[in-house]
Design a binder for this molecule. Sequence first.
Ligand code: UD1
Length: 323
Amino acid sequence: MARYLVTGCAGFLGSWISQALLERGEIVRGFDNFETGLKKNLAEINGRLDFVEGDLRDADAIARACEGVDYVLHQAALPSVPRSVKDPRTSHTANVDGTFNLLEGARAAGVKRIVYAASSSAYGNQPGFPRKETMVPMPIAPYPVQKLAGELYMRSYWQVYGLETVCLRYFNIFGPRQVPDSPYSGVMAKFALLMLSGEQPTIFGDGEQGRDFTYVANAVSANLLAMEAPAEKVAGRVFNIACGERHTLNETYKILAELAGFTQPALYGPERTGDIQNSLADITAAQDAFGYKPLIGFEEGLRRTVDWYKQQMKEAVPQNSLA
Ligand code: UD1
């Protein structure tokens, strides 16, 4: 029976991927250092996951975690464009050195395939929509540069060492378990929490920037499909994972507010440094190579997300509270 390693298993995507694999009856090891991952994300898989606490910057630790593993789903990263602008060195060591350590560990352990969480931010602000994988990447902030370096390393390990690697360029994944209250939180989680708490979110810029927002279940299914696809269709390749639709922040704000029962308008602030204006994916390559298709659309994803945060907030009320 195949064995799986999920890096970043306590994170937003890693925890959902680990859970999906365990629900299929697979043997799954998880690796996380809880730098951004949360213990509570492992609650539903506790006891079933072979959990290893460790840091990707520790080459020996990740090499040991790779032993006996057939497939790796590499989700661990120190995410966020603004975090990387503020502190590029820390995110560089986690994202670039960490990915390199994983590749070395995987190569030594004879891992068959790695599916890597790449980022659509690699396209940068160049003209031309929708984004196709054949475009030359033009990353701006350190974070997309780091994620792109990981992609190039993935391709190199396929070409040079025959380790099958597949890169999935995620486009703004959102949904339950995304951390909503960090200065580096994704916009969807942040806005949902603020609105449900009765606080006014701030839109950076005029709100007309657009994103190909993608519900987390779509990214989970893409990982499972990419892991199983024949090597000749996917090895050494890069794929966009998105819905193939662009939604502006102003539009997103309106729908979120409706779902959250929030009636105040947005505040507007200065544009964020290193931000890209638009993102929209062509997803035909992933469709053709491994049958990827978005399972949950934008509005349904928003509804599920707001419902989940509502539930979380209810559960956070202390047992003996009168609220
Ligand atoms: C996101 C991901 C990044 C991924 C990239 C491409 C997060 C935290 N970042 O970056 O990992 O590589 O997509 O898939 O998920 N905004 C506001 N107000 C706020 C917060 C954000 O207006 O309070 C705006 C930002 O300026 C930006 C947009 O919302 O224009 C999206 O921001 P964010 O959710 O941080 O995502 P990206 O920077 O697009």
